[in-house]
Ligand binder design. Structure first.
Ligand SMILES: CC(C)(COP(=O)(O)OP(=O)(O)OC[C@H]1O[C@@H](n2cnc3c(N)ncnc32)[C@H](O)[C@@H]1OP(=O)(O)O)[C@@H](O)C(=O)NCCC(=O)NCCS
Length: 179
């Protein structure tokens, strides 16, 4: 199967959500039944990497996707060195709400590419609407290791999950063009 190599906004008329399978039922259900609705009601945005050859139904399968939304955190959850410069009210952040790679594509670097694309998108958005960091709520301990590998740090426990963060300042170092 060939790929377009460009992440595009989820479009249920063109992308085959039913065949997405990443090994985590919560994420499968989200992309199949919720992601488009959440975009319609304006609470998150889902971007995906489609296969370029359509299925017999005319739609393209999804190789990988990420979902982002605005959010906020309590200042006290941040390390003291970062918290001390911030005001007392909730700190705006971007939430990397969901991310998954089709099982057929896993282990080939698409997870890394998807994460970098999501962070790059959010870093660009940050030039229009500021946020302090990107946060992610990890599904399990192995995904914690995945995000740690790419610079995320422990923030707090949230609804039974480990919440991790990467600051916009760190992303700036990664994405700001060097002179
Ligand atoms: C986690 C996931 C996105 C990784 O995607 P992938 O395409 O298999 O990952 P990549 O091939 O890009 O791997 C990049 C690196 O991360 C590592 N890695 C991959 N999956 C990992 C995992 N679950 N835990 C820890 N490290 C992982 C790889 O070993 C690789 O390291 P290397 O460059 O040193 O070899 C994918 O397995 C997935 O969709 N899982 C189910 C859904 C999920 O857990 N999503 C995260 C939600 S919080």
């Amino acid at each position: 199967m060939s790929l377009d190599n460009t992440f595009v906004e989820l479009d249920k008329a063109h992308h085959d959500r039913a065949t997405f399978e990443c090994g985590e039922e919560e994420l499968n259900i989200f992309i199949r039944t919720q992601a488009a609705k959440h975009m319609e009601i304006g609470i998150s945005k889902t971007m995906l990497l489609p296969f370029s050859v359509p299925l017999s139904n005319g739609k393209c399968s999804i190789c990988a996707f990420y979902t982002i939304a605005p959010s906020s955190i309590r200042r006290e959850t941040l390390p003291a060195s970062l918290a001390k410069k911030l005001p007392l009210y909730p700190v705006p952040v971007f939430l990397l709400a969901q991310m998954g790679v089709h099982t057929e594509c896993q282990g080939k670097g698409f997870g890394k590419v998807t994460l970098i694309k999501a962070l790059e998108y959010l870093w660009k958005m940050n030039s229009y609407m500021r946020a302090f960091a990107v946060i992610v709520d990890c599904l399990n301990t192995t995904t914690e290791q995945f995000y740690k590998k790419y610079g995320f740090e422990f923030l707090c426990h949230h609804n039974g999950r480990t919440r991790m963060f990467i600051s916009m300042r760190t992303l700036e170092q990664l994405f700001l063009p060097k002179n």
